[in-house]
Design a protein. Structure first.
Lengths: 91, 543
């Protein structure tokens, strides 16, 4: 099953705008991707409430996982997004 | 037509359809014989309705941060896991409101456990819960209504949180059933320049959408006016605003005696138009909704924003005025039976001195980076020793002008001794009334005792002003009474050197002072001081 572990790159952590951008991108993917931190259960990446509740800050290690066709591509797209500083992205 | 009477809290006329501020819904006891399928359908319908309403608001709100918060709420509402988890709760016997409340309570706990930014966002989750539950129960959406056109906002009373997003262009006037002339509603209305009437019993009996007019000076509200009346009242109001904006210049009596007219502000955003200076910069805004004190750098930036906007002009910064009545989690203050009489204002520094020292250092750094004439004052000072201690702290931080607020009768009675240690006084008449008359500011039933025309309050003001004249040091007033054009004459006559108020109140006070000589103001002050009652004091002043 495709898996990738990355460090959150956004200055404000995985909250506010970064979380909204990440969740919106996850909703576009054809497969269900989950995200988890080392100490919490995986939640659907397209769940705003779940993603926020992880409480991931800048530098927190998060793991993405998906199954099925195109799973690797979906995990890669979302992992790349997480590594960027989304607070610096123009609206 | 039906005439209702309240207390005028913010002058001006306004008219339009009324809409009420709905309170948060109360969740009824768990329904018996729950039909799971019907409850699940209710959850789905509530999600659709709330998401649509929040999306519409996000599209129309002008402020970018507010729009982002609303869009994040939409994404939470539309979260599929919310519906899935609610379905599971419903299968376990819950009805729709309880299912949604329970599911969101779980996320709320996770937000709080995460701390920092997320812990500060629990209010967004609570608001979402209230909206979803209201939609399930068929109740109006809680919070400030948004009918999509200008209206009169009516409410039992308004809390600061209710009004954070209030838009003056949409809310033509405010009428509350409770509250007094010094309640949050009144202060907010004067700050925003919105005509308001408080303590208007019966206003909540007026139906949403009905046309009404209000006079924020006399306190008269008329329900059931014609559309023509609405047009006339609002046109008069616009003409009045137009006339006022043309009034300019420093405050002076007819014979040229200066009385500085300063602004009360909470941030640089409140500075509208030209002002002589700022007589009260409230710094609480920086500290609210936080689990930790604001960092030094952030404070320096916020103070610098204000100072940079006022080169060469006076800015009086009030240090943090918090306590059990305005709780801040990082101060870790225990609940008190009488918060107004407890650890608040400068008294907080007895337990947590670092909060004050960080703030003074940040003010000094911001002052050094700009050309504003920065003065600093402490709230809730009771004794000359407290004043001396605060002045000492200001001196250590290189702040040249240190003063204190006079809100406690003990300090007013010993104003001369207090002034030996500090450079100026600023009388906060709202709290001074509350403490002099043992009458809670928020208790509308005691509004008559909180009237600034009470001779006992005028006597305390006179003693502070006299102490200032004797010491050759400035004594200002920054309470709501300074915004009353007639009372301003009394204050000028007593020897008060500056009046600080919501910026929009300045033009009317400026006109009033300009129409009277200093000798006339002194006569008015003497008559008010000698009067046996507030009514007699008003009559003596010709108000």
């Amino acid at each position: 099953m495709p898996t990738r572990t990355v460090l959150v790159g956004s200055a404000s952590g995985l909250h506010a705008r970064p979380a909204a951008l990440f969740v919106a991108e996850a909703a576009k993917q054809p497969v269900l991707v989950t995200i988890r931190t080392s100490d919490k259960k995986p939640v659907p990446a397209r769940s705003m409430l779940g993603v926020l509740s992880l409480g991931a800050k800048k530098g927190t290690e998060v793991t993405l996982e998906a199954d099925g066709d195109d799973a690797q591509a979906a995990v890669d797209i979302l992992a790349d997004l997480l590594e960027r500083d989304l607070d610096a992205v123009d609206a | 037509m039906r005439e209702l009477r309240g207390i005028g809290a913010s002058p001006g006329g306004a008219a339009g359809p009324v809409y009420r501020l709905a309170p948060p819904p109360t969740v009824p006891p768990l329904a018996e014989n729950v039909d799971p399928e019907a409850e699940k359908a209710t959850v789905r319908a509530a999600v659709v309705a709330v998401a649509a309403d929040l999306t519409r608001r996000a599209d129309t709100v002008l402020e970018k941060t507010a729009a982002e918060v609303l869009r994040a709420q939409v994404m939470m509402a539309q979260d599929e896991t919310l519906i899935d988890a609610a379905d599971i709760a419903i299968d376990g016997g819950a009805d729709a409101p309880h299912a949604l409340t329970d599911v969101l309570a779980g996320h709320r706990a996770a937000f709080e456990a995460a701390g920092g930014y997320l812990a500060e966002r629990v209010s967004d989750l609570d608001d979402l819960r209230d909206r979803l539950v209201a939609a399930c129960l068929g109740q109006p959406m809680p919070g400030v209504p948004d009918p999509g056109h200008p209206y009169l906002l009516i409410a039992r009373d308004l809390a600061p949180a209710d009004t954070a997003g209030l838009e003056p262009g949409l809310v033509l006037g405010l009428v509350t059933a409770e509250g007094g002339p010094t309640s949050h509603t009144a202060i907010l209305a004067r700050t925003l320049g919105i005509p308001a009437v408080v303590r208007c019993a019966g206003i909540l009996d007026v139906a949403d959408g009905a046309l009404a007019s209000l006079d924020g000076a006399s306190g008269v509200v008329v329900a059931g006016v014609s559309a023509d009346t609405v047009t006339t009242v609002n046109a008069d109001r616009l003409a009045e605003i137009e006339r006022r904006t043309r009034s300019q210049g420093p405050g002076r009596t007819a014979d040229g005696h200066p009385v500085a007219l300063l602004a009360n502000i909470g941030s640089a955003r409140d500075l509208t138009g030209e002002v002589e200076g700022v007589g009260l910069f409230r710094t609480e805004l920086l500290y609210l909704d936080r689990s930790d004190p604001p960092p030094y750098e952030e404070q320096v930036a916020a103070y610098r924003d204000v100072f940079a906007a006022l080169p060469g002009r006076k800015v009086v910064v009030r240090t943090l005025d918090a306590g059990a009545d305005k709780p801040l989690p990082f101060l870790r203050l225990a609940a008190e039976p009488n918060p107004a009489l407890g650890i608040r204002g400068l008294r907080v520094a007895r337990q947590t001195p670092s909060v004050l020292s960080t703030q003074l250092a940040a003010i000094a750094a911001a002052a050094a980076a700009t050309d504003a004439d920065v003065w600093v004052m402490a709230p809730m000072v009771a004794t000359a020793a407290e004043a001396a201690s605060f002045a000492g702290s200001c001196g250590e931080h290189g702040l040249p002008m240190a003063g204190v607020m006079i809100e406690v009768p003990a300090a007013a009675l010993r104003a001369g001794q207090v002034l030996r240690h500090v450079d100026f006084l600023s009388v906060g008449t709202n709290d001074l009334s509350q403490y002099t008359f043992a009458a809670d500011r928020m208790c509308g039933d005691l509004a008559d005792l909180l009237d600034p025309w009470q001779p006992a309050l005028i006597a305390l003001l006179a003693s502070c002003a006299a102490a200032g004249v004797e010491a050759g040091k400035p004594v200002g007033v920054c309470g709501e009474s300074a915004a009353d054009p007639a009372f301003a004459l009394v204050l000028a006559g007593l020897g008060i050197t500056s009046l600080s108020m919501a910026p929009r109140s300045i033009p009317a006070v400026r006109e009033s002072l300009a129409a009277h000589t200093l000798a006339e103001c002194r006569q008015i002050a003497e008559a008010a001081l000698a009067a046996p009652s507030p009514e007699a004091a008003r009559a003596a002043a010709g108000a």
